[in-house]
Design a protein around this ligand. Structure first.
Ligand SMILES: [Zn+2]
Length: 380
């Protein structure tokens, strides 16, 4: 009967009950909440309220008003209980509204969204005006809450947006078209039917895959090295690093492209060293993707020793497809591994250099370099 009701009964409740019966409350100073009022502890705001009988107001714990005599203070667990006293809300700490802290946090959050959504970085004066605060006050509060000045916050947001753009394939594709860049697209248009598959199928590669990449500099110009889990997936050469990134995006349109970190830069350095001196060989696995035909062509290219050249017709003979000269030229053009798959060592039958996906000048430079170093090594 009485037992279940007493289930949760404890000594503190018993004391409270006794106190209520006697109508002699414990002194407020014995309550740990009083020390938080004395400390004007902002973190206590919203957890309890107090009222002061002599002034007839109720307050939040952090109220900056002169401290009340604890003998006149009553503590309340809820705002409703504080209001039930019939006292009025303190004008200084505004216990009914959001705390000044929460108000400032909301103001700063709103300013952050404003910065993020603005095309141009808003000035401090604009931000302060939008928050109905002075520039000095706004700046101080913004820094206190975010740890950054509004200007630094805007810069950090821009950097994050660029990173996101590189990690988000769709954004980069949009960026390519926004930039009016379409040379890789034209390449694919011209190569349709010569690639041995449709550009669409070719582009399907890289779906849901992480491709790390980094851009560097060689004596042949800019270089982009990209790797999948399996190995080096692309070595691209060119004049414009941005164009190389767009080229990579075209080759792996569905992959997540991730800018290389410090560890990856070390791998890139090895590839750069190899491009400078191809005879050293590249001791990194390659991730080679293409049709069975392309794979055969590329393997035949890798068998051409540095310092020598062969014709497209010879490659055709070596892979047992003597009439596929044009398809072989297309496979060379689709090669994603500059130097490592040495398509630069394939020339026309009459000795003319013929084309090179990364520019005829680079092809000549590579062949000259290999011929010279070949002479040297044969002398040794
Ligand atoms: Zn107050």
């Amino acid at each position: 009967m009485a037992t279940p009701a007493l289930g949760g009964f404890n000594a503190a409740m018993f004391i409270t009950l006794q106190r209520d019966l006697k109508s002699t409350p414990l002194p407020v100073t014995d309550d740990p909440r009083w020390t938080r009022i004395v400390a004007r502890d902002k973190s206590a705001d919203g957890q309890f309220w107090y009222s002061v009988a002599t002034t007839g107001v109720y307050c939040r714990p952090s109220c900056p008003s002169r401290r009340a005599n604890p003998g006149n203070v009553q503590l309340h667990d809820t705002l409703a209980q504080a209001k039930a006293t019939g006292f009025r809300a303190c004008l200084r700490c505004n216990p009914d509204g959001p705390s000044p802290e929460a108000g400032n946090a909301a103001m700063v959050a709103k300013a952050c969204r404003f910065i993020e959504q603005s095309e141009e970085e808003p000035s401090l004066a604009e931000l302060a005006a939008a928050a109905s605060r002075s520039a000095g006050y706004f700046h101080r509060v913004f820094k206190a809450i975010t740890g950054l000045t509004p200007k630094d916050y805007a810069a950090a947001h821009r950097a994050a947006r660029v990173r996101q753009g590189l990690e988000d394939g769709a954004s980069v594709t949009v960026a390519i078209y926004d930039a009016g860049f379409n040379s890789s697209g034209r390449f694919y248009e011209k190569s349709t039917g010569m690639l041995g598959m449709t550009p669409t199928r070719y582009r399907a590669g890289g779906a849901h895959e992480d491709i790390r990449f980094a851009v560097g500099e060689t004596s042949l110009g800019a270089i982009l090295v990209a790797s999948s889990r399996k190995g080096v997936a692309s070595i691209l050469l060119g004049d414009d690093p941005d164009a190389l990134v767009r080229d990579l995006q075209d080759r792996f349109p569905k992959a997540r492209l991730i800018g290389g970190d410090r560890d990856y830069e070390a791998q890139v350095a090895r590839v750069v060293g190899f491009v400078e001196a191809p005879r050293l060989g590249l001791d990194l696995p390659l991730d080679v993707r293409g049709t069975a035909f392309q794979q055969r062509v590329w393997q035949a290219l890798r068998d051409i020793p540095a310092g020598s050249t062969v014709s497209y017709a010879e490659i055709a003979g070596r892979i047992g497809a003597p009439r596929a000269t044009r398809a072989i030229a297309a496979a060379c053009a689709a090669n994603a591994h500059a130097v490592a798959i040495p398509c630069h060592r394939v020339i026309r039958k009459d000795g003319a250099l013929s084309g090179y996906a990364w520019g005829a000048e680079r092809k000549r430079a590579l062949l000259d370099r290999e011929a010279v170093s070949g002479d040297r090594s044969s002398r040794v």
